[in-house]
Design a protein around this ligand. Structure first.
Ligand SMILES: C[S@@+](CC[C@H](N)C(=O)[O-])C[C@H]1O[C@@H](n2cnc3c(N)ncnc32)[C@H](O)[C@@H]1O
Length: 409
């Protein structure tokens, strides 16, 4: 009879155990549940949180829409993670500031560990403080729009099945909070949410600017879907959200001459709709642009590269490469147009696993000829290396972009 692998061989790798014991990690994820039953937990996410001035680890166990939290002291958390790993999961990821580790139980009854360069930044500020005190929309305080979308009760209690959405909305608001210094300091702010969909985050944006920052705003949520837009408008009317309205329309037809835009938001707008939103924002000289791209088809259909043939021969790798190249071209185009662009990790939402945020803030002074020359060189070289003939954002920006590129030669 074949010997059964000992429990020890499938224990957490020593390197992982050491990091867990030291408590020096940003996040731990356990996935690939061993049990197939629908009642079994499908995923576990662990992150450090400070509760009542003491370090805890929050263990979030999820299945479908349900999420349950356990806030444990460091030693208890290690114990709990060891049990969850031993009995329930086959794969794990551990993120620290120095490395990402991926570990997996193999069919041979061992655990394989691979380590890569780090991809996650330090936890956001709110995670290292008392949760209820730090959330921009605090728990326990009634919030009309969260009540309207079923996240909170009338008394301000977050419904347990909605905790994940509550956290996502608050984390999104931390990104918005970060860009406030880049916006005009006084007067009414003009904000457009391109491809707003069901608009949880549009309502959250309105709440943040009007209730938290006490600013005057005109926020427009734009979407192709008439019924969704009408529904959002009816909620805005019912909640008497001053300065929030919704329009049915195509982003590519958005007329920047009719509407000013200080802050442009486009979250998960499909394919080239992200480029249309970026082009409108650039043309209306928005102070800040936030775009979380979604699926990407335009560049996928064009990319080719002899030296990188090995990378592009598998559909999934080609798809990921096309998305990365597109986002790199987008951020270079933004830089060429006078923005300081950053590409950073965004929150996971329920729509899509795509979570790269392109954040661009208008520069106060013009780019030097040398910097422009360098950026245009990088942009053209990237296009050339991947055989890209045509790029939506560049076409949408038209003559202005071409002139900028030519002026750098
Ligand atoms: C995945 S949803 C995202 C909704 C919302 N931004 C969010 O992140 O919660 C994408 C939305 O973009 C809208 N959309 C896609 N292309 C569009 C276009 N060209 N013009 C306007 N809306 C568009 C879709 O109708 C859909 O509601």
């Amino acid at each position: 009879m074949k010997p059964q692998p000992s429990h020890l061989e499938t224990s957490l790798p020593a390197e992982v155990m050491q990091t867990l014991s030291e408590g020096t990690y940003i996040q731990l994820v356990l996935s690939k549940p061993i049990e197939k039953r629908t009642s079994a937990w499908k995923k576990v996410m662990v992150r450090p949180v400070i509760l009542k001035d003491t370090l805890h680890f929050q263990i979030a166990l999820s299945k479908g829409q349900q999420e349950v939290h356990e806030n444990l002291l460091p030693a208890e958390a290690v114990q709990r993670i060891v049990e969850l790993w031993a009995d329930h999961f086959r794969e794990g990821y551990l993120y620290t500031q120095v490395a990402d580790s991926h570990f997996q139980k193999t069919k041979q009854g061992t655990v394989r560990l691979k380590t890569h360069a780090p991809t996650k930044a330090k936890p956001l500020q709110a995670e290292s403080h008392n949760r209820s005190k730090q959330y921009l929309i605090p728990e326990g305080t009634p919030c009309a729009f969260l009540e309207a979308i079923g996240v909170m009760s009338e008394a301000g209690k977050v419904k347990s099945a909605q905790y994940r959405k509550f956290r996502q909305i608050n984390r999104y608001l931390e990104f918005i909070n970060d860009i406030v210094p880049g916006l005009p300091k006084t007067g009414e702010l003009q904000i457009v949410d391109f491809g707003c969909g069901k608009s949880y985050l549009t309502f959250a944006t309105h709440y943040f600017f009007t209730e938290v920052l006490q600013r005057e705003v005109q926020i427009t949520g734009l979407d192709l879907k008439r019924t969704v837009v009408e529904h959002c408008q009816s909620i805005a009317d019912q909640l008497q959200c001053r300065g929030l309205s919704f329009q049915t329309g195509d982003i590519s037809q958005f007329d920047v001459s009719l509407q000013k835009c200080d802050l442009s938001i486009s979250l998960h707008a499909c394919d080239t709709a992200t480029d249309a939103a970026l082009a409108s924002a650039i043309q209306s000289e928005a102070s800040v642009i936030m775009a979380v791209p979604c699926c990407q088809h335009e560049i996928f259909q064009q990319i080719t590269s002899k030296p990188l043939e090995g990378l592009l021969q598998h559909g999934i790798l080609k798809e990921k490469t096309a998305a990365l190249v597109t986002d790199a071209l987008r951020s270079l185009a933004l830089e060429i147009c006078g923005y300081r662009a950053q590409v950073i990790e965004f929150i996971d939402t329920e729509h899509t696993p795509k979570n790269l945020l392109i954040k661009a803030v208008k520069r106060q002074s013009e780019l030097s000829v040398r910097d422009l020359h360098e950026l245009v060189g990088q942009y053209e070289s990237l296009k050339g290396q991947f055989g890209i003939e045509s790029f939506y954002l560049e076409r949408a920006l038209g003559a202005r972009f071409r002139e900028l590129c030519e002026s750098s030669r």
